[in-house]
Design a protein around this ligand. Structure first.
Ligand code: SF4
Length: 318
């Protein structure tokens, strides 16, 4: 059984000329990944092409595509691949989205069934032009996946739905195992990095999900100019909304048109944020240069798994 991942990243066309044309700093060796090869990769490749599924692995230039696909996993998004927003780090196209495809929920459920996956992650672009923000397709997709794949656990990486409770409620009613929404960066940089989003609004979306009894998750990218103190403050704010799981990874510039990488954060700093995260009470902290929202997400659905492993590591060091 494999993990089938629909990954949402929040990434796109940048803002200030100076920042966008900076030469790319040389990638350190800890960000080198193996090229995708092997039968399983080809198998997933074939599935994606045959079923015309939108993958964010490709449009998001995810560095883990090789590992994920090599392990028989893949990443897809629903609601098309044109977003109504233009985040300055995101490789997804911005513009007038396609018409809603009401057959998509069943097609996604069938692909998961075909792949026999034990865990699936679903994500989408933002559809601010739709009255429900796309939450009906979200609800239909979760229900279709669960109906056809009762043994598969599900993470839904959702937009902020402008923190509108009536558009978030269908996700809560469909009850995936984990609901994630990425805060992406620290409060000071939010305006620059996620132009149409608001830091407080995203925190509110996470609060509504927690009030609805969901296991919640959020993610931050580093290397955009944030300070150590700002990262810790963001982790504290997420714990303030009782967020259970956090992912912390390195931002990578998709193209020269996107925000430049301010710095490559050393793996030791990611390890330190992992310690700080468990100290703040997160149930699971996934922190590392190559970490993306859905990296190892099959483990994020298990309450106590992450913190249990961390405590065991502590005990072995005693
Ligand atoms: S909201 Fe749209 S532009 Fe922003 S990260 Fe998500 S898909 Fe990309």
């Amino acid at each position: 059984m494999h993990t089938f991942v629909f990954i949402y990243h929040d990434y796109h066309i940048s803002m200030t000329a100076a920042a966008v044309s900076e030469p790319k700093p040389k990638k350190p060796n800890w960000l080198r990944v193996k090229l995708p090869i092997g039968e399983e990769y080809k198998h997933v490749r074939n599935l994606v092409d045959t079923h015309k599924l939108h993958t964010i692995c490709e449009s998001g230039n995810c560095p883990n595509m090789g590992e994920c696909w090599g392990e028989g996993t893949a990443t897809f998004m629903i609601l098309g691949n044109i977003c109504t927003r233009s985040c300055a780090f995101c490789a997804v196209a911005t513009g007038r989205p396609e018409a809603v495809d009401w057959d998509e929920p069943q097609r996604v459920a069938e692909a998961i069934h075909l792949m026999k996956v034990k865990h699936a992650v679903i994500t989408s672009v933002d559809r601010d032009e739709l009255k429900d923000g796309g939450s009906t397709i979200w609800y239909n997709t979760i229900k279709a996946v669960k109906a056809l794949n009762p043994g598969t656990t599900l993470e839904t990486l959702i937009p902020d739905f402008k923190a509108q409770r009536h558009n978030i409620q269908p996700i809560i009613e469909a009850a995936p195992e984990v609901v994630s929404h990425n805060i992406e960066t620290v409060e000071r940089l939010t305006r620059q990095v996620r132009i149409q989003a608001k830091y407080g609004q995203s925190m509110e979306t996470l609060a509504i999900l927690k009030e609805g009894g969901m296991r919640t998750k959020s993610g931050i990218m580093l290397g955009l100019g944030e300070t150590r103190e700002e990262v810790i403050r963001t982790m504290e704010d997420l714990r303030g909304q009782s967020v259970d799981v956090i992912t912390i990874g390195q931002y990578l510039q998709p193209t020269q048109k996107h925000l430049g990488v301010q710095r490559f954060v050393h793996p030791d700093e990611f390890a330190e944020f992992r310690e700080i995260g468990y100290g703040l009470g997160f149930d699971y902290v996934e922190s590392g240069p190559l970490v993306r929202s859905s990296y190892h997400s099959e483990k994020h659905v298990i309450p106590g798994w992450g913190v249990g492993k961390w405590k065991a590591e502590k005990n072995t060091m005693l």
